[in-house]
Design a binder for this molecule. Structure first.
Ligand code: HEM
Length: 412
């Protein structure tokens, strides 16, 4: 039997570092390609990824419709279906991203209430103060790590404040979050899965403590709101509150921080675009959309094919298959964007798929955009150019694309 060629290997560090040439090849030869290594059917073109997010025959999970025996998955199940990772599975049980209607509809309605445009806008002066302080401190010190000194503390402080996590716990939350989300990398090694599972347990225990404390001391934060909320005459269970709080505490900074780092790196490589941004404040919002299109912080999301009849550009994809919606590839599809590899902040195109689509469309998109606006607006006002200094460190892995450290010159 001939082994099919591995056209795309997300576990290869060189592919993870720069996946775009591989995406370009795959997009032209294979709008959909089944990886023999993971069993995932990767969708590579913008129109197909966009449509898949809205296709009711696909689902984030299958357990709302089938038992594991009835479903017969094509390829391996995600790691948390393995009994060794039962703690992670307990978190996943009520993870909004993995829920489907009607559970998803109810829980999402509740969380959306906390993310009203007014509630988000209230964070603008908070974000501005923090960024101003951090920039001033960097100038004084003469060093500035864009990720560690600004982007990470910014996103972490805002999501933790919204939820009601005390400042003293934030670095522990950050470390747990990084360990938990490593489970979502394609084909994680066993040690990584075990660490993710242990971190999920610790994170759940920590959140249980937060819940107990909030019951003792009520407060007007998101956690208090979730505990008081009543949907269809019922309160949320502690398990539902725990998973929701954990998801928000992870989603609330992982991608935004990476988006900030990737965006700054893009401007460093395209100084003429930085000049353009500095010359016209009206370009701030389009510039942020272009950074998200050009180098998205999350590379792909998965869906199960729940019914027969799903096909992509003439290729049937069977029921039971897992499809990978490749954001990074879709955002560079020349069928959608002229000269897709060019970074142009005046494109005026907000059609990138970095925030997903359909019922799971990113609930935190307005908050992420606000943080990025404050950050890039402040950098543009104070730095005539973005100069990267030695010492940048990329995050390991493929799915969470960004930097864990990105030193830049704090004055120019
Ligand atoms: C640039 C930053 C961000 C990016 C690129 C991003 C991207 C995404 C994507 C692609 C999804 C869809 C996942 C899927 O379809 O399976 C999603 C969902 C979600 N995001 Fe974000 N996100 C960002 C920031 C945030 C922030 C700041 C928050 C929290 C406040 C957040 C909270 C969520 C939640 C709760 C969901 C699940 C929504 C649902 O399942 O209904 N995200 N995000």
């Amino acid at each position: 039997m001939t082994v099919p060629p591995l056209l795309f290997d997300p576990t290869d560090p060189s592919v993870a570092r720069d996946p775009f040439p591989t995406y370009a090849r795959l997009r032209e030869s294979h709008p959909v390609w089944r990886s023999p290594a993971s069993g995932i059917w990767f969708l590579t073109r913008h129109a197909d990824v966009h449509a898949a997010w809205r296709d009711k025959r696909l689902g984030s999970s299958f357990t709302h419709r089938y038992t594991a025996e009835e479903f017969v998955a094509d390829g391996e199940l995600p790691p948390w279906h393995d009994a060794r990772y039962a703690d992670f599975a307990a978190f996943e049980r009520w993870d909004l991203i993995s829920l489907e209607p009607p559970d998803h509809t109810k829980l999402r309605r509740l969380v959306v209430e906390a993310f009203t445009p007014r509630a988000i806008e209230r964070q603008r002066p908070v974000a501005q103060r923090l960024v101003d302080q951090r920039l001033a401190a960097g100038r004084e010190r003469g060093t500035l790590d864009l990720v560690r000194d600004i982007a990470e503390p910014l996103s972490l402080a805002i999501i933790c404040d919204l939820i009601g996590v005390p400042p003293s716990d934030r670095s522990a939350v950050l470390a747990l979050s990084h360990d938990v989300v490593a489970m979502y990398e394609p084909q994680p090694p066993d040690a990584q899965k075990a660490r993710a599972n242990a971190a999920a347990r610790e994170f759940m225990d920590y959140t249980a403590g937060l819940i107990a404390e909030r019951r003792r001391t009520p407060a007007d934060d998101l956690l208090g709101g979730l505990l008081d909320a009543v949907i269809d005459g019922e309160r949320l269970s502690d398990e539902q509150v725990t998973s929701t709080v954990m998801l928000l505490l992870m989603a609330g900074h992982e991608a935004s921080v990476n988006a900030a780092g990737n965006g700054v790196a893009a401007f460093a490589a395209h100084p003429e675009q930085w000049d353009l941004l500095r010359s016209d404040a009206a370009l701030l919002k389009p510039a942020i959309e272009e950074t998200l299109r050009f180098d998205p912080p999350l590379q792909f999301f998965q869906r199960w094919v729940l019914e027969e009849g799903f096909e992509v550009e003439g290729t049937p994809v069977p029921r039971g298959a897992r499809v990978g919606l490749m954001i990074g590839s879709a955002n560079r599809d020349p069928r959608r964007y002229p000269e897709p590899d060019a970074f142009r902040i005046a494109r005026g195109e907000a059609s990138h798929l970095s925030f997903g689509g359909g019922i799971h469309f990113c609930l935190g998109a307005p908050l992420a955009r606000l943080e990025l606006e404050v950050l890039f607006g402040s950098l543009a006002a104070s730095l005539p150019r973005i100069e990267l200094l030695p010492g940048a460190v990329r995050r390991p892995g493929f799915q969470f694309r960004g930097y864990s450290s990105l030193p830049i010159a704090p004055t120019a």
